[in-house]
Design a protein around this ligand. Structure first.
Ligand SMILES: [Zn+2]
Length: 402
C-alpha cells in the first residue's frame, strides 16, 4: 500500500508488506538474552546477525499489561489514551472497575486508522481481557482464550479455532501464547493481512525465571513460530508490555495506614485482573485514595517504609507518569524490585503463588526489548539507542524500515 495516515499526532506509512508486532507479555529482556545465549532461539539469532535491531526500551508506568498494550497500539502515553491500569476506582460510583471496555479509550488505535485507509488488520490477544479494548474502532479482534466461541465476521471466519485446526489451550496452559501466534498465521494464510498485532500472556513468566524448563519451552516455541512468520514474508517488531521480578516481600498498605491513624483510606491495586493465579493482585504499584485532610499523614507513613521508592500526589503522578488525572489515586506509590504492595492479607488469594511471587508493576519492570527484524534507516538507526519506548514500536516498524 502507498500513502500514510496520522494517528494521535504522528504520521505512519501504510504497510507495504505484511507487518506484525508481537508483545511478549512479561517479556523481560533477561529471558531473551538467556535464551539467545544458550542457543534456544536460532531464528532470532539469525535475524540479529543479519542486521536486525535489538535495543532496550522502556514501557510506561505502571508496568502492567493494559496500560502498556494500549500505549503500544496507540503510540501515546496513558494521559492521552486514558488507561493507566488494568483496574481503577471509578470516582462517580466509588466502585473498583476493570479498565477493559472500549469506552475507557480516549485515543484511536493505529490499527483502526490504518484499517480505515483500506488495510486489512487483525488484533489477537492470548487473554480475553484485552480483546474489546484492542478491537476499538471496529478492528477485528480475537482472543486465544475464547477462540472456540469467537468468529471474525469481517474476515469471513465463523469460528477461529476451526481456522487454526485445533482447539485452544486453557488460560493456564504454557502454550496459550503460541496459540495466539498460530491464530495470526492461520488468518493471514486465508485473508492476507497488512498489519497484525499479537499480544501474549505472561503466565509462564509469572511462574518461572529465565532458564526454567517451562520458560525454555516458551521461548523455543516462540522462536519456531517466529521462523514461520518470516517465511510468510512478515516484517516483524517484538516488544514487551513489562518485565518481571521475584518479589519475596509484600507490604500491606491498608494495615500501614491503619497503624498510622489514617482513617478511611482506600488502597487500589491497578494490577488487579481476572487472572489471580498469575500474581494474586500483588505488584509494585498502588494507588491510595484518601481525603485531603489526611493526605500528608498518609504520604509520610508510606514514604517512610523500607521497600517503597516513590510516593506522588495525584498532580505529581499525572506529570511524572503521564497519567490521566481523573483515573488515578490521590497518591501513587511504587515499590522496589523485590517488594510488592497489597491491601491487607485477607484480601488477597495467594493460593496460586505458593511457589513464590513473581510480578511487576513498578520501575524495575519498565525495561523491555525493542526488536525490529530489519536494519533501520536514518534517522531511526542513529536514534534507536536513545530513549526508545515500547509505544514507538509501530513507528519503528512502519516508518523506520527502508
Ligand atoms: Zn502483562
Amino acid at each position: 500500500m502507498n500513502g500514510s495516515v496520522v494517528v494521535n499526532g504522528r504520521e505512519y506509512r501504510l504497510p507495504a508488506q505484511p507487518n506484525v508486532v508481537f508483545t511478549i507479555d512479561g517479556g523481560d529482556p533477561r529471558y531473551l538474552d538467556d535464551a539467545l545465549e544458550r542457543g534456544l532461539m536460532p531464528n532470532l539469532r539469525g535475524l540479529l546477525s543479519s542486521g536486525a535491531v535489538y535495543a532496550r526500551g522502556r514501557g510506561c508506568m505502571p508496568s502492567l499489561t493494559n496500560p502498556n498494550n494500549l500505549s503500544i497500539v496507540t503510540g501515546v502515553a496513558p494521559s492521552l489514551h486514558g488507561v493507566p491500569g488494568n483496574h481503577y476506582l471509578d470516582p462517580s460510583s466509588g466502585e473498583e472497575l476493570q479498565l477493559n471496555d472500549p469506552r475507557f479509550l480516549r485515543a484511536d488505535t493505529i490499527h483502526a486508522v490504518v484499517q480505515s485507509a483500506g488495510a486489512r488488520v487483525l488484533m489477537v490477544t492470548a487473554k480475553d481481557k484485552l480483546r474489546r479494548l484492542l478491537g476499538c474502532g471496529e478492528v477485528p479482534s480475537v482472543s486465544a482464550e475464547h477462540a472456540d466461541t469467537l468468529g471474525l465476521s469481517r474476515l469471513g471466519i465463523d469460528r477461529v479455532c476451526d481456522v487454526v485446526g485445533r482447539r485452544n489451550p486453557g488460560i493456564y496452559d504454557w502454550d496459550l501464547s503460541h496459540y495466539a501466534m498460530d491464530i495470526g498465521l492461520a488468518v493471514h494464510r486465508r485473508a492476507r493481512l497488512d498489519l497484525l498485532y499479537v499480544s501474549l500472556t505472561d503466565y509462564v513468566q509469572h511462574k518461572e525465571a529465565p532458564g526454567g524448563a517451562l520458560a525454555d519451552r516458551f521461548f523455543c516455541r516462540f522462536d519456531e513460530l517466529l521462523g514461520e512468520y518470516l517465511r510468510e514474508g512478515f516484517l516483524i517488531g517484538i516488544t514487551a508490555d513489562h518485565g518481571m521480578n521475584a518479589k519475596p516481600r509484600v507490604i500491606y498498605l491498608e494495615d500501614v495506614l491503619d497503624r498510622a491513624g489514617v482513617p478511611q483510606a482506600r488502597v487500589v491495586l491497578p494490577i488487579t485482573d481476572p487472572y489471580a493465579v498469575h500474581h494474586g493482585a500483588l505488584g509494585s504499584f498502588a494507588w491510595v485514595h484518601v481525603g485531603a485532610a489526611h493526605l500528608a499523614r498518609a504520604r509520610d507513613a508510606i514514604a517512610a517504609l523500607d521497600g517503597v521508592e516513590e510516593v506522588y500526589t495525584r498532580e505529581e503522578a499525572a506529570v511524572i507518569f503521564e497519567h490521566p488525572l481523573d483515573r488515578i489515586g490521590d497518591l501513587s506509590v511504587t515499590a522496589d524490585a523485590q517488594t510488592a504492595l497489597g491491601k491487607s492479607p485477607a484480601k488477597h488469594d495467594l493460593s496460586g503463588i505458593q511457589s513464590g511471587l513473581r510480578s511487576h508493576g513498578g520501575r524495575h519492570e519498565q525495561l523491555v526489548p525493542i526488536i525490529i527484524s530489519r536494519p533501520l534507516r536514518e534517522p531511526y538507526a542513529t536514534h534507536h539507542a536513545a530513549g526508545l519506548r515500547n509505544a514507538d514500536i509501530h513507528d519503528l516498524l512502519l516508518n523506520g524500515t527502508p
